[in-house]
Design a protein around this ligand. Structure first.
Ligand code: ARG
Length: 392
């Protein structure tokens, strides 16, 4: 029998797919589930896959690789989509795609299946990534072709096929979570005028429940990578987890936005990104101290492009890799410390320092230590403004 590797989350959709692929396509299903810090019981997910007839259920911890090769490159460029989304979901897709291919090759499967619908970005990210690495693989997206027209149809199918679903426990929202953030949509959120009910939030506190005194933290970066929190060296995943906790307690990183999807529709999404929000702010603050103006501004320009490449599923592209090479070079200087104050949903940068600082007190000061050549400014302005004095 042909084999297919299915990206399996353990949820209703992909659970139905295990059955559906066996019934309709007559294939052996191998499920692949990655641990990206989504905080669910992966042993249970594995058991469930096997119970539903999967020939093999693979679970793999990708957290370190995810942070090192996907999250940190996006942090170095300060990637943010449409000024709000720190791309947690989008960044995970190319990594999962790469792993699905590795499994397919190892298991001798020629097909890969994923659970995405025909309306979202993730189908594009998976399929473009897979195609860029191995265009020979066939991709099946059951949700685009199966007969179920609604969630109710699917639940019916699940019941008929003894796919254990506790409908009362099923969230009314569609939630994608990893260690970099949570993306939440559907349910009442589909009306962009309605305030998100408090129960949509998974990892952040409501402001009324956050501490009444600020929390101060200090982050040390080396070459653009966060290495220490409050003077303690931490492995990347641990550092992010701690920031998620501290940030979440202070209600940091909630975003409610309407975004432009790649396939042309607008969608309303809620994001919770405490660690990403803190690191993004801290990293930018350090860069403001150590990068010269032109490099900093150029970085900002290409950051928009880079963010689009992530969002549009073009991670495995020459342009993304080339931009990375440029960014890497700029990060050599991005070493130093940033002090931050977390309070009632806000992240305030309150101090920064670096051995590579370009901030010179004797140039900036208005006191008597001032060494700036005030007279030289006159000539500079004359030449700088020259073109604009030529108009009639
Ligand atoms: N809109 C986000 C993106 O395109 C998140 C998609 C997944 N969201 C979800 N709630 N399941 O990356």
């Amino acid at each position: 029998m042909d084999k297919i590797v299915l990206a399996y989350s353990g949820g209703l959709d992909t659970s139905c797919m295990i059955k559906w692929l066996q019934d309709r396509l007559k294939v052996d299903v191998i499920t692949y589930t990655s641990d990206l810090g989504q905080d669910i019981d992966l042993d249970k997910v594995k058991d469930k896959a096997l119970k539903l007839g999967a020939k093999k259920a693979i679970v793999e911890d990708l957290k370190d690789e995810f942070v090192r090769d996907y999250v940190f490159p996006s942090l170095r460029i300060n990637a943010i989509y449409e000024e709000g989304y720190l791309l947690a979901t989008a960044l995970s897709r190319p990594l999962i795609a790469k792993k699905l291919i590795e499994v397919a090759r190892k298991e001798g499967a020629k097909k890969i299946a994923h659970g995405c619908t025909g309306k979202g970005n993730d189908q594009v990210r998976f399929e473009v990534s897979i195609g860029a690495i191995d265009p020979e693989l066939e991709i099946i997206a059951p949700a685009r072709i199966w007969e179920f027209k609604s969630r109710e149809d699917e639940i019916e199918y699940a019941k008929e096929n003894s796919i254990g679903i506790d409908v009362s426990k099923e969230s009314p929202y569609s939630i994608d979570r990893n260690l970099w953030g949570v993306s939440i949509e559907c349910g009442v959120l589909e009306d962009p005028w309605i305030e998100p009910p408090e129960d949509v939030y998974q990892i952040t506190k409501a402001l009324k429940d956050t501490p009444d005194t600020p929390t101060y933290i200090e982050i040390y970066f080396e070459g653009g990578i966060p290495k220490e929190l409050d003077g303690k060296g931490l492995r990347p995943v641990e550092l992010i987890n701690r920031l998620t906790k501290i940030g979440g307690l202070n209600g940091i990183g909630r975003v409610d936005m309407v975004e432009n999807r790649l396939i042309g529709i607008k969608s309303r999404e809620i994001y919770e990104m405490p660690a990403a929000t803190i690191l993004y702010k801290a990293h930018r603050a350090l860069e403001s101290l150590v990068l010269d103006r032109e490099t900093a501004h150029f970085k900002e320009l290409i950051s928009i492009k880079y963010s689009e490449l992530i969002y549009y599923g073009l991670w495995y592209s020459t342009l993304r890799e080339s931009l990375d090479a440029f960014v890497q070079h700029t990060q050599k200087r991005v070493t130093g410390r940033v002090k931050l104050k977390l309070y009632k949903g806000n992240v305030q940068v309150i101090g920064r320092r670096s051995p590579h600082s370009l901030y010179k007190h004797e140039l900036a000061t208005y006191d008597k230590e001032d060494v700036f050549d005030h007279k030289a400014a006159e000539g500079f302005i004359k030449i700088w403004g020259l073109p604009y004095r030529q108009y009639d």
